[in-house]
Design a protein around this ligand. Sequence first.
Ligand code: GLU
Length: 306
Amino acid sequence: MLTEELLKDALQYGKAFTKLGMTAQYIPQLRDVNKYYLGVCTMDLDGNVLEAGDTRIPFTIQSISKLVSLILAIRDCGADHLFHEKVGVEPTGDPFNSIVKLETKTRPFNPFINAGAITVASCIKGKDADEKFERFLEFTRKLCNNEEISLNQAVYESERETGDRNRALAYYLKASGILEGDVEECLDFYFRMCSVNVTAHDIAYMSLVLANHGVDPLDQEELIEPQYAKAIRALMLTCGMYDGSGEFAMTVGFPAKSGVGGGIAVPLVDRMGIGVFGPALDEKGNSAGGIKILEYLSNKMGISLF
Ligand code: GLU
């Protein structure tokens, strides 16, 4: 059983690994975060919330936003069109921002690598980047049960200024006929969705909704169609931890999505949502301490799916 004491032990265990990691170095706003922050929040279906460590420190959602945008794009374009014409559902084994397979494959391997996520962003409806972002923000607030969630303007500006690799991916996708519409507008929306501030508490709630088949446990509103929640949990398991997804499945053993801001979202189906924050990243771009917290909990509670 999960107790506050077990969660504190997991945090202590994870802390030893933060010094081995490094914050994301590509923009100053991420680079200069205290790398020793570490926190974990769990929420179960009976409304029990447990927190240990830095669960209320805001950090940018980064790649965890790709869960939210994927749901919107499936609704706007239809799952068949999206997964047959635009992005695949297979792991790549390459880093998240890799460009290497774009020339040899007709479409990005999956919606969580940057090429796939930029394609997904282009499928979201809205008359301009502002309208798309409004829809994204409103939905993120619902999924996290937090109306205060907002854009981190400084991170957004830095992402936009330094995002040439993402720009290269997007223009290549446009040239191949995968990405439709205005490339700069699509990128502007993509940079904004990565730059929304959340906390481990917020991410735990979003994970709980995914674990509860898309239904908000507080008011029973269906926020995500159950079949999409299921597809997203499956994709999280196979592709959610970048090119460390296979090892994570072996050592921890449940669906998860990480971001370079240090967050990890974990939906344990029919059981609980877990949100982790630890900005010291390992060489794959996943929270070094965060993974160790999850490994500890998985082993002590015997909750690996395998
Ligand atoms: N803004 C980052 C990028 O697109 C997100 C990376 C991530 O969290 O994986 O490069």
